[in-house]
Write a protein of this length. Structure first.
Length: 204
């Protein structure tokens, strides 16, 4: 009986020892994983902060102002505004003329335009896409704007004028404005736009 009991005790001890040696520990790997994840998150944050571009203030591009008589290269055009005058009417031949509405007058701009492109093109077309067509606008005190008047059947009118490549045409653009605006001609600005480019004449 003593031998049997001793044998059973020895067997139990061996079994318990084997179980203790093969049972995995569950605490250490979890702790290690959490530490690794935390370190990775900190590294990612530091990397993002290091590579983030600093904020820069984007100032509006400075406007190009040109004096009367100077040439203005603009997209496929070379424009030269020679003078601007105030006119009560625009004579068209001996017997015809254009007259503004009551209380208004004309600002008449004399200019020459050269087509530097390779195809015939309309200068100041009446219809087209705003970002592609060439346009002219008369500004008063940075708050009021006026578009060219259509002088139908007037051969000097440059609106919708077809110009051949490497050819220069001369004529006028007329703006109908209130008389009080015409009196402040020195405060007026004539802006041309074409294919995303812009430049302005001061009418001083």
């Amino acid at each position: 009986m003593k031998k049997t009991a001793l044998l059973l005790t020895t067997c139990c001890a061996l079994v318990l020892a084997g179980c203790s040696a093969t049972e995995p520990s569950t605490g250490t790997p979890q702790t290690t994983t959490q530490s690794s994840d935390s370190q990775s998150s900190q590294d990612d944050s530091a990397s993002a902060a290091a590579t983030a571009a600093p904020e820069e203030s984007t100032a509006a591009p400075e406007e190009t102002l040109i004096a009367l008589g100077d040439k203005m290269p603009l997209a496929d055009w070379t424009i030269t505004v020679k003078k601007a005058s105030v006119e009560k009417k625009i004579q068209n031949g001996k017997y015809q003329y254009f007259k503004p509405g009551k209380g208004n007058t004309f600002i008449v701009v004399n200019l020459s335009v050269r087509n530097e492109g390779k195809q015939v093109a309309d200068f100041l077309p009446r219809v087209g896409y705003e970002d592609k067509m060439t346009s002219a606008t008369l500004f008063y005190k940075d708050g009021y704007e006026y578009k060219p008047s259509s002088l139908l059947a007037y051969d000097k009118d440059m609106t919708a004028k077809k110009i051949q490549p490497l050819t220069t045409e001369k004529g006028v653009i007329a703006f109908e404005v209130p008389k009080e605006v015409a009196k402040a001609k020195k405060e007026l600005k004539l802006t041309f736009k074409s294919q995303g480019q812009s430049a302005s004449y001061t009418l001083k």
